[in-house]
Design a protein around this ligand. Structure first.
Ligand code: SF4
Ligand code: SF4
Length: 112
């Protein structure tokens, strides 16, 4: 991604970690919606337990990801949980480490 801000993530500083050099890995996590979120309805879904979430495509990507730029297409309306997700924070680093280890071992993308 070329611009962390346009990609919808938090403001944390990330040393060597940058959304601009990441394949939007956090956009493959389950994104549970808050009642105050104003995400277009056609981009949402419900879990088996009825929780409102961002819908995902067959490979697990949030349907709001622009697949060419790997950026968030609903930046101004992105869910609260996405706004809070800090680039370079502990969770960001953890999922990047897991993802890259799986890629090195030839493990296909898995749903988180
Ligand atoms: S996983 Fe971290 S570095 Fe990658 S896009 Fe998300 S916030 Fe940015
Ligand atoms: S709403 Fe935007 S920032 Fe949040 S997971 Fe989807 S593409 Fe990523």
């Amino acid at each position: 991604m070329k611009d962390a801000k346009a990609c919808g993530h938090g403001d944390g500083t990330g040393d060597e970690v940058s959304c601009g050099r990441c394949d939007a890995i956090c956009c493959r996590l389950t994104v549970v919606l808050d009642p105050d979120d104003r995400v277009p309805g056609h981009l949402t879904a419900r879990t088996e337990r009825g929780l409102p979430v961002m819908a995902r495509d067959e490979e697990g990507w949030c349907v709001a990801v622009d697949p060419l730029r790997m950026c968030c297409t609903i930046y101004d309306q992105r869910p609260a949980v996405c706004r809070k997700f800090a680039m370079g924070g502990p969770y960001c680093r953890e999922i990047r480490t897991t993802h890259h280890a799986q890629l090195r071992r030839g493990i296909p993308l898995t749903m988180y």
